[in-house]
Design a protein. Structure first.
Lengths: 335, 262
């Protein structure tokens, strides 16, 4: 395989309901760094229906070019349609690197695409490094977050990875940035689109996105059902969002969308309160990048204290009421 | 109806420890289990069998020890079991694994549905389902929570974040199943007896499947592990284990003020 034919960095800019997702901007942030280091250009692939309006946002986030496939066929995400659209572009353009967000959609699309290209794919990466010659080092957790592995693609191009949302930092949007918008017409093979969407039901209860929160009050087994109201009150006075551990989701006490960790979401808020969370490695994998971690736990040997910036060994039932009062007092003096 | 169900034997990752010096996995004493998402997939297959009648063939790849999960599948109600076991399969990444599975599926010829778990708990890639579907050139539906069969079509409910899709497709197709959406059945005594007395696991080597041998094992793997290491945790801050609740709360409040959160 002649690697010199394969050039530049391509990011799949995931859009839902016509809106570009934050993970796309995060990947463009990282993609920009990779493109600059390898003296190449950064391209965003924007696929969907009524998505063209989002192109400028991707340029502002670092893309040199946005390739748009805007088609009614792409209104709902269905694997084959989307793979055909992206494949049409990348089989012609021959990227050196393709990055896809490790979202539900990205992790359905990317392996189908990589197999069609007969190239490799590294799942759910949390770190990407590139050499000047364009070789990509993709690091990801395995064995439930117990082990990290760095993966390379020595004989195949494009080098592909899905990247965990919330891990790469987006660039500050630069609305004056110039870039090219290229509209692509895809000759869809409708025969192959064998999966039909019969119905889509959106959940009506809207859960705040924990990955976007600046402050998270996260609850674990040590909070349980009985002390949840205290944690909720703390979240309310702080203007924080409630999240929690897998144990709390499995027990049905909080919604699955609020779960932090290997099987939940990765978060990096400014402040993360770990209340009654022991800190299993699977949980730490989802939150240890938080800027400031406050842990309260009865067990002084709990692993959460190994990552906490400030740890209090104590009972959440006793600490929280005082903390809530303290916070209210401080806020009152500032009002 | 003919269903093929892929099962992986995996180490129970909740029991895994890391050698702190070498940064490698300590596998000794770690129990091996049927991968939870795959077990859910088998349950989905068995429900179709209960409802409509089906022949359920389970397919696994790995060392001879992996016959254990196939026997467990017999005890749950599977009809036939095949283990792909050959050094030529060793060192496979997800694409080479998918090549082996697609080769076995082609050798089995006649099937309506190929079910897999969404992902395995040791690798967590969720790639083998879609990659196998692509290599077989059949459609895929991932993250399924249920599969039904109505008027000659599979009707799949899939859960993706805040929405549930009802999708329809004719077989053959690949469905990947979400473990947390399906409660698998237990083995029955009758099933265990049948598994021991009547059922044999068929062992297939690389020459028995329908695939280009170059696409198997380490040779057929585009990705390679360059390095693996234990996860570096960020350094600990300060933990106070001798303060009362009020003093502890005060320490937190002070820190929030200092960080300009309050």
């Amino acid at each position: 395989m002649d690697f010199s034919e394969y050039k530049n960095v391509y990011v799949f800019a995931e859009a839902r309901d016509g809106n570009v997702q934050d993970v796309a901007l995060q990947l463009l942030g990282k993609g920009r760094e990779i493109a600059d280091k390898t003296h190449s250009s950064l391209h965003a692939i924007l696929v969907g229906y009524d998505v063209k309006k989002e192109a400028q946002k991707l340029i502002a986030a670092g893309a040199d070019e946005v390739l748009v496939v805007d088609d009614k066929l792409l209104e709902e995400y269905v694997t084959e349609q989307y793979v055909q659209a992206v494949y049409h572009i990348v089989s012609e353009r021959k990227p050196n690197i393709i990055l896809v967000g490790a979202t539900s959609i990205g992790r359905d699309l990317a392996p189908r695409l990589s197999a069609r290209l007969r190239t490799g794919l590294t799942a759910d990466c949390t770190k990407l490094e590139v050499e000047e010659d364009g070789s990509l080092f993709m690091t990801r957790p395995a064995f439930g977050g117990n082990l990290m592995a760095t993966i390379v693609s020595p004989r195949h191009r494009p080098q592909m990875s899905t990247v965990r949302p919330g891990v790469m930092a987006k660039l500050p949007a630069d609305p004056k940035r110039k870039g090219k918008v290229t509209e692509i017409k895809v000759p869809f093979d409708v025969e192959k689109m064998a999966v039909k969407v019969a119905k889509v039901v959106k959940e009506t209860i809207k859960v705040e996105k924990i990955e976007d929160a600046k402050i998270l009050v996260s609850v674990g087994r040590g909070v349980g059902r009985e002390n949840l109201p205290l944690a909720k009150e703390l979240a309310e006075v702080l203007g924080a969002t409630l999240s929690g551990s897998r144990a709390m989701v499995d027990a049905g006490i909080i919604e699955p969308a609020r779960q932090v960790g290997q099987t939940g979401k990765t978060v990096r808020p400014n402040v993360y309160f770990a209340l009654g969370i022991s800190g299993a490695i699977q949980h730490l994998a989802g939150m240890d990048e938080s800027e400031f971690i406050v842990a309260v736990n009865k067990d002084k040997y709990a692993p959460i204290f190994k990552v906490a910036d400030l740890g209090i060994v104590g009972d959440v039932k006793q600490v929280l009421p005082v903390l809530i009062e303290e916070v209210k007092k401080i806020l009152a003096t500032k009002a | 109806m003919k269903i093929i169900c892929c099962l992986k034997q995996v180490p129970d990752t909740t029991e895994i420890k890391i050698d702190p010096v070498k940064g490698t996995l300590i596998r000794e004493g770690v129990p091996s289990i049927m991968n939870p998402d795959d077990k859910a997939g088998l349950e989905v297959a068995l429900r179709l069998k209960d409802k409509y009648g089906a022949e359920v063939t389970v397919l696994s790849m790995g060392p001879m020890q992996a016959t254990e999960v196939i026997k467990e599948a017999f005890a749950m109600g599977a009809d036939r079991g095949i283990l792909l076991s050959d050094f030529k399969f060793a060192g496979a990444d997800t694409l080479a694994t998918s090549s082996a599975i697609s080769g076995a599926v082609r050798a089995l010829k006649d099937y309506d549905l190929l079910i897999m778990g969404r992902q395995a708990i040791d690798g967590d890639t969720a790639q083998v389902g879609p990659e196998t579907a692509e290599l077989l050139d059949i459609p895929q539906i991932s993250y399924a929570k249920s599969v039904d069969f109505v008027k000659g079509e599979f009707v799949v409910e899939r859960k993706v974040e805040d929405r549930t899709y009802t999708l329809k497709a004719k077989g053959p197709l690949v469905v990947t199943v979400l473990g947390d959406q399906v409660e698998p059945r237990y083995m029955t005594v009758e099933g265990i007896l049948r598994a021991v007395q009547e059922k044999e696991v068929e062992i297939w080597n690389a020459s028995q499947i329908d695939v280009d041998p170059e696409s198997l094992g380490l040779k057929g793997s585009p990705t390679q592990v360059k390095q693996s290491f234990g996860k570096q945790l960020k350094s600990a801050g300060v933990t106070h284990d001798n303060v009362d609740a009020a003093a502890g709360a005060k320490l937190i409040a002070d820190a929030l003020v200092e960080k300009h959160i309050l």
